[in-house]
Design a protein around this ligand. Structure first.
Ligand code: PBG
Length: 334
């Protein structure tokens, strides 16, 4: 023992960390199942579930199995889902028009889910990437640029079809300009005043979406689809103010930041500059990272998932889309 070192005893933050009860009394943030939304991948027709190879533990399911999954989620206390369809390649075209066709299996699937489980909150993604042969979220012009207004027009039609199924929120994830206002107008004119809009307001052009593109089959054989002309530049933070102001003025109900883990500063910034609820999406690549480390025995999955969700909530998100929602609620990890 060194006796000559004098340490001040007056200010000792460790007094508040002495035991779990004190730590819990002074704890600021808790994540609960009430905050979480489970993304689900839905297959057409009847088939067995297939695991997404880059997302072990996550399955694509047909409607019957999706309904069973919804029932389990509700029992576990997860009250919201975000379904994503895998569209058969025979229905994909450059224009992605299957997105607004009556025959598209997604609409029947959404109606059935809402009929069976009216209390389950459904956030339905709006973007063309599952439906286009090129994998972009919008229509392409002759020179290969993604056309803004033509895409917004199609997305608005899609929003109407989705709203007719009874879902609670449409969630435009395409990053076209002006789409929230156009969708709001069309929904209102069609008497869907209670269908909400969760806007993917601040969505970055991220490589962390890779496993998702495997899951829904929007990854192109030609390789990586660069969405840099519409999704935001990961190097920027000042742009978000414009996006937030526009989406607020166009009538968004909830603002989304995506991805979450590498963008906690962005979540904080958005929650500081808006009084709308903030959601954050812990995306497929974030799931894959944690799960891969778990499979290698390198990280404790449950602790790391809990910590990552705490971080996202602490940054300012009230609701979190995460592929770990079911594990979180059931306590069964890996
Ligand atoms: C489609 C969409 C994407 C995600 C959600 N909606 C992919 C993309 O923009 O390429 C990604 C979700 C994830 O990675 O988990 N527009």
């Amino acid at each position: 023992m060194t006796e000559h070192v004098q340490v001040n005893t007056r200010f000792r933050p460790r007094r508040l960390r002495q035991n779990i009860a004190i730590r819990q009394l002074v704890e600021e943030i808790q994540v609960s199942s009430n905050d979480l939304v489970q993304p689900l991948f839905i297959l057409p027709g009847n088939s067995d579930p297939t695991e997404v190879s880059s997302m072990p533990g996550i399955f694509r399911r047909d409607l019957q199995d999706t309904l069973k999954e919804c029932e389990q989620l509700l029992k576990l206390g997860i009250k919201a889902i975000a379904p994503f369809p895998q569209i058969d390649s025979s229905f994909k075209t450059a224009e992605g028009l299957h997105a607004v066709e009556d025959g598209c299996f997604l609409y029947e699937a959404l109606s059935t889910i809402k009929k069976e489980f009216p209390e389950l909150i459904v956030f339905s993604d709006l973007a063309l990437d599952p439906y286009t042969t090129h994998g972009h979220d919008g229509l392409l012009g002759e020179d290969g640029t993604v056309l803004n207004d033509e895409t917004v027009n199609l997305l608005s039609q899609m929003a109407l079809k989705v709203a007719e199924t009874g879902v609670d929120f449409v969630a435009p994830s395409d990053m076209m300009d002006g789409r929230v206002g156009a969708i709001r107008d069309l929904l209102d004119q069609s008497n869907f005043i209670n269908t909400g809009i969760l806007s993917y307001c601040v969505k970055y052009n991220s490589a962390f979406y890779g496993p998702f593109r495997d899951a829904v089959g929007s990854k192109m054989k030609s390789g990586y689809v660069d969405k840099g002309t519409y999704q935001m530049n990961p190097a920027n933070i000042r742009d978000i103010l414009r996006e937030v102001k526009l989406d607020e003025s166009e009538g968004a109900d909830i603002l989304m930041v995506k991805p979450a883990g590498a963008y906690l500063d962005v979540i904080k910034e958005v929650s500081n500059c808006s009084d709308l609820p903030i959601s954050a999406y812990q995306v497929s690549g974030e799931y894959a990272q944690l799960y891969a480390a778990h499979m290698n025995g390198w990280l404790d999955l449950e602790s790391c998932v809990r910590e990552s969700l705490l971080g996202i909530k602490r940054a300012g998100a009230q609701l979190i889309l995460t592929y770990f929602a079911k594990s979180f609620a059931s306590g069964k990890f890996g």
